[in-house]
Design a protein around this ligand. Sequence first.
Ligand code: HEC
Length: 91
Amino acid sequence: MKKILLLTSILACAVFANPYAKCAGCHGADGEKVALGKSKVIKDMTKAEIVAAMKGYKDGSYGGPMKGLMKGQAVSLSDADIQAIADQIGK
Ligand code: HEC
């Protein structure tokens, strides 16, 4: 029974959680902040630029001095999560 409850809550999180929620602490609720004084203001990026940046962080082909940090953020995101984030934040 416990296992079933646990599974249900994990599934519920996966379906209903906003994938951008964990990014807001650094990038701001609407992507309006310069994260840790280093990043671009991501709400000024286009949706396509955000998708390209996130996929680049995942495969190591994009980023500045702190790209290791963003790789940690990006690896667990699916392409669908990345698209949802870009649709929410990008221009
Ligand atoms: C701990 C703080 C932190 C968190 C959490 C975080 N970021 Fe970042 N983000 C940064 C920093 C710092 C950079 C600049 C990294 C670099 O040097 O390339 C950055 C860069 C970016 C960029 C590219 C902007 C640029 O400067 O080229 C995008 C897009 C981005 N983050 C999206 C996200 C998304 C989406 C999430 C959540 C899944 C997230 N970030 C979570 C700190 C954070």
